[in-house]
Design a binder for this molecule. Structure first.
Ligand code: HEM
Length: 448
């Protein structure tokens, strides 16, 4: 039994389900409302399980402190995935030295180095997808098309080969992994679903192919730093990267990058089309960026409106609303005691919606990030990529990928929302973002 501080407020919920429905409907808003009502520490009841929540700027900062690192761990949330795939560990589920060892193996593969010299390839893959799907007159399902595009990009950049035929399986397996094994919002029974069993088999097949292809690749094949580094670690230090961990490690870019990037850029499309003044600035910058043909990483420093629109999208449409952890020991946060073994949600996105940090917080204002305002630089205010030792390893790569992709799409496409007063239909599982039903119309190609 957990010992609890008498003063820690418990969020009122419905019988049996507790706060599950409110949380599922709009998680970002739920945690902000609770924070406003109860302060930085409270407990929520979800389907009969009580979890502690620490939220706000101090909670975000806490993740990066020594005390935070020693008081919280990730293992419990990822152990289901590790067992299901017969692995021994995963980067997301480890902490301390074992986690550092895995991050060191994967750092180069997920770094900016994996994308910096390949921006023209990112553009070419984006063009290929535009020409295939975003034709003049088409009404395009945005999220599905972004998932295909991102799989194409991640496949080529990180694994050396595009794998479009596996998009469906990767997505389906990821949905089950996140819903059943990681966040445990759905019962384990669902893992018996034949559709999941098949997707899991196909993902296993994909990882075998990725390894075989890489081992057979010609010397002049496109680089695939991540896979090469994983295979080298497997050969030279099998204790750190044993055979049975290769599968979840080589398919990691898809689990970590596919839905996160696809949902974020789908939200970007909505937010920019919704704000005509922003759209005009984004287009002008994108046109100037591609006017000279080939682009370099340095050119991305000169697109403040597109960067501001991306940062504002990630503030208002965060894909990781909370970070999920377990308390490794008793500790006190903001005067409240959390007991060893308690599930702890760290509400790092709560400050994104607070007036104290972002005046008129619901306004899509792309100029917040430029100096002297630089609102995101206030301590704990901005954490779209998480915080502390598990902070997104692919964040620089993701930033570059999203900036180039959005710049290219807004340079080439004249898109329109279903109507000017259209309000985005949203879903929350497995990743918060636009609903599958969100479509835009392609009025034409601005630049063929
Ligand atoms: C919009 C884009 C993205 C967002 C918002 C995002 C967000 C996050 C967050 C919040 C975490 C930390 C989770 C936690 O603390 O429990 C994380 C971890 C991670 N992300 Fe991302 N991510 C994005 C894209 C990517 C991409 C494209 C890749 C690579 C292809 C990637 C690779 C990783 C990896 C490997 C981790 C695990 C790091 C660790 O546990 O040490 N992410 N990401």
């Amino acid at each position: 039994m957990t010992t609890r501080s008498a003063a820690t407020p418990v969020v009122r919920g419905l019988p049996v389900v507790g706060s599950a429905l409110r949380m599922a409907k709009d998680p970002a808003r739920f945690f902000v409302d609770c924070y406003r009502e109860h302060g930085p520490v409270f407990r929520v009841n979800v389907l009969g399980r009580e979890q502690a929540v620490i939220a706000g700027a101090e909670a975000a900062e806490f993740l990066g402190t020594k005390e935070g690192r020693e008081s919280l761990r990730s293992w419990e949330f990822w152990s289901g995935l590790v067992d299901e795939y017969g692995a021994t560990r995963t980067i997301s589920g480890e902490d301390g030295p074992a986690h550092k060892e895995l991050r060191d193996i994967m750092r180069r593969g997920y770094s900016r180095e994996a994308i910096a010299d390949r921006l023209d390839e990112v553009v070419a893959i984006t063009d290929r997808n535009i020409d295939r799907t975003w034709r003049p007159g088409a009404t395009v399902p945005v999220l599905r098309s972004m998932q295909a595009l991102v799989t194409d990009q991640l496949g080529e950049l990180l694994t050396g080969m595009s794998r479009p035929e596996y998009v469906h399986d990767i997505r389906l397996a990821t949905i089950y992994i996140l819903n059943v094994l990681v966040t445990r919002q759905r019962p384990r029974l669902m893992l018996r679903d034949p559709r999941y069993r098949r997707a899991k088999q196909r993902v296993a097949e994909l990882s075998r192919k990725m390894i075989e292809d890489r081992n057979r690749a010609a010397a002049d094949a496109p680089p695939a730093i991540l896979i090469d580094d994983l295979l080298r670690a497997n050969r030279e230090n099998p204790a750190a990267m044993p055979d049975q961990d290769l599968m979840i490690s080589v398919t990691g870019p898809y689990v970590a990058g596919l839905d996160t990037v696809a949902n974020t850029i789908a939200s970007f499309v909505y937010a920019v089309l919704k704000h005509p003044a922003v759209l005009a600035r984004v287009r002008a910058e994108a046109d100037a960026l591609f006017a000279k043909g080939s682009i370099t990483e340095k050119d991305l420093r000169g697109i403040p409106a597109i960067r501001g629109a991306l940062m504002e999208t990630m503030r208002l449409y965060p894909i990781a609303v909370v970070q999920m952890r377990t308390a490794t020991r008793d500790f006190t946060f903001e005067g409240h005691r959390i007991a060893a073994g308690e599930t702890v949600y760290v509400g790092t996105s709560v400050p994104h919606f607070l007036e104290e940090f972002y005046p008129d917080p619901m306004r899509f204002d792309i100029d917040r990030y430029e100096k002297p305002r630089a609102e995101h630089l206030q301590a704990g205010a901005y954490s779209p990529y998480g915080r502390g030792q598990h902070v997104c390893l692919g964040k620089t790569l993701a930033d570059v990928q999203m900036l180039v992709t959005m710049a290219r799409m807004f340079h080439r496409l004249d898109m329109r929302l279903p109507s000017p007063d259209y309000v985005l239909a949203r879903k929350t599982t497995p990743t918060p973002g636009p609903a599958m039903s969100f479509r835009v119309r392609v009025d034409g190609h601005r630049h063929p």
